[in-house]
Write a protein that binds this ligand. Structure first.
Ligand SMILES: [Zn+2]
Length: 240
């Protein structure tokens, strides 16, 4: 069972069925953005769901955490419908430009993905604003060598892509990535431990300053459950 956690009003999660990734729609005021767009065979359903979530606002930006077919399959349809720009992590930019469906894993997995073009790159460590909140792109190699997560420190929300999800961590494909996939996944856990420690230090500083203790919610991963729960499941999978 997933924990129901309240999200800021500008953030709407479209929870999707297999094989589509969830989509996260951000109200940017006069316009809107979306993170990840589902699988290609669901593209028309994605379009309908997004149109309903937008409530008449234009979709101006699509951001992808990584380029697996279940995260970018609605890109082309949404780009054609709304003229939205597309921002991707830099690692596969050349492959998208050439539309090398071997390098992009679509050919080898037998999965479909309508060709799209990108407009901007999302470098790990950089920040972007979505829904009036500042999000940092955090490199999360492992499941995909070039994947990024999006982290908002103020609200302690982690959009974990496939690095961490409801039942543990995303699948790691040794033949598609490299032998370091599992080690990379564990390096993500170290990043999380560092963030936790940073948040706890801030809480102590708040208390020492005489203010009310900060009411920090647990970090929320995959937008639906506390990240600690997902890590516990990941450790079980790893036998760690
Ligand atoms: Zn993936």
């Amino acid at each position: 069972m997933t924990a129901a956690l309240a999200l800021p009003p500008a953030v709407t999660v479209l929870e999707r069925g297999w094989l589509s990734s969830n989509n996260i729609v951000f109200d940017d005021g006069d316009c809107a953005s979306i993170v990840d767009t589902g699988y290609g065979s669901h593209a028309q359903q994605t379009l309908q769901l997004v149109r309903a979530a937008l409530a008449g606002k234009p979709l101006t930006r699509i951001v992808n955490t990584h380029l697996h077919s279940d995260h970018v399959g609605g890109n082309a349809v949404l780009q054609a419908e709304f003229g939205a720009s597309i921002t991707i992590p830099p690692g596969n930019a050349d492959a998208v430009e050439r539309w090398d469906d071997d390098a992009l894993s679509y050919a080898s997995t037998g999965q479909i993905c309508e060709r799209f073009r990108f407009d901007a790159l999302l470098a790990p460590g950089s920040f972007l604003e979505l829904g009036g909140l500042s999000w940092q792109a955090v490199a999360a190699p492992g499941h995909d060598a070039h994947m990024v997560m999006l982290y908002n420190e103020d609200e302690r929300i982690l959009i974990s892509a496939d690095a961490l999800w409801e039942h543990g961590f995303g699948a790691i494909f040794p033949e598609g990535e490299d032998e370091f996939g599992f080690a990379d996944e564990l390096s993500f856990e170290r990043w999380f431990a560092h963030e936790q420690s940073h948040a706890e230090q801030n809480q102590r500083a708040d208390r020492c300053g005489g203010d009310e203790p900060a009411t920090r919610s647990p970090m929320r991963a995959a937008v639906v459950l506390p990240v600690e729960v997902a890590f516990a499941r990941s450790r079980m999978e790893l036998g760690a």
